[in-house]
Design a protein around this ligand. Structure first.
Ligand code: FMN
Length: 225
């Protein structure tokens, strides 16, 4: 082998060796390492669901989440507080929740003046299809017994009770109507509300006096079962 040929082979070998090194470097890319500033700790993540505090309280909360043990609710409308008083007694004796039907437009003393045939309550009662708007949403899901209280206005349930029963589904529920009045009886008001509701089992209504004793009220409650 000539000296010239040996030099050419040596140079060629060096060039091939350098090229292979370059290919290997490209075939194994470097793994990116995040900068310290890019690594974020999770923040404000509660460890358990219990750490999220409910914002609702009292009847409002239990109306939406009735407990399994408590399947009864006392729903009432009361313009001057008499029916409310009886409703509260029923709730206390039965352990039922309480929910008030609140009119979107509250009744003033003038609205309730039944000596004047032109005032609001009397005009509504003389208008069978009057349906006063209700301000609050009463969720009946989960309840199987609904005590439904109202005053007697001109021998009937106030029209806002029609608004209530027509806008709720009472399927699978027993509705126990009761009322207060100056002296009139309940008449067929319970049956009439049941017909307007079209769902659920509505019992006959009972007039309960404002001053009813716990013993008499318990006796009435027991008879509804
Ligand atoms: C417009 C109006 C009509 C009424 N009509 C009757 C009636 O026909 N018979 C009766 O005994 N009492 C009647 N009352 C009296 C109420 O039924 C009674 O005061 C009731 O207990 C009021 O309940 P509350 O305080 O829950 O609203 C009427 C009251 C109003 C305001």
């Amino acid at each position: 082998m000539s000296r010239k040929l040996i030099i050419v082979m040596l140079v060629a070998g060096m060039l091939v060796s350098a090229g292979c090194g370059s290919i290997q470097a490209q075939a194994v890319p470097a793994t990116p390492v995040p900068a310290a500033a890019d690594v974020q700790e999770p923040q404000n993540v509660p460890a358990t669901a219990q750490e999220i505090k409910p914002t609702q309280t009292g009847a409002e909360k239990t109306m939406r989440e009735p407990s399994r043990e408590n399947t009864a609710v006392v729903v009432f409308f009361s313009a001057t507080g008499t029916t409310r008083g009886v409703a509260e007694k029923i709730a206390a004796l039965t352990g039922a929740e309480l929910a008030e039907i609140v009119p979107a437009q509250l009744y003033t003393a003038e609205d309730l003046d039944y000596n004047d045939g032109t005032t609001r309550a009397t005009v509504e009662q003389n208008t069978p299809d009057a349906r006063p708007e209700i301000a609050n949403d009463i969720d009946l899901s989960g309840y199987t017994t609904v005590y439904l209280g109202y005053p007697i206005w001109w021998g009937q349930a106030p029209r806002i009770l029609s608004s209530f029963v027509e806008s709720h589904d009472f399927t699978g529920m027993t509705v126990i109507p009761f009322c207060t009045s100056a002296s009139s009886g309940a008449g067929r008001t319970g049956e009439a509300l049941g017909e307007q509701a079209g769902t659920g089992t509505f019992l006959s209504s009972t007039r309960l006096s404002a001053g009813i004793s716990d013993a008499d009220l318990q006796n009435w409650i027991d008879k509804q079962k």
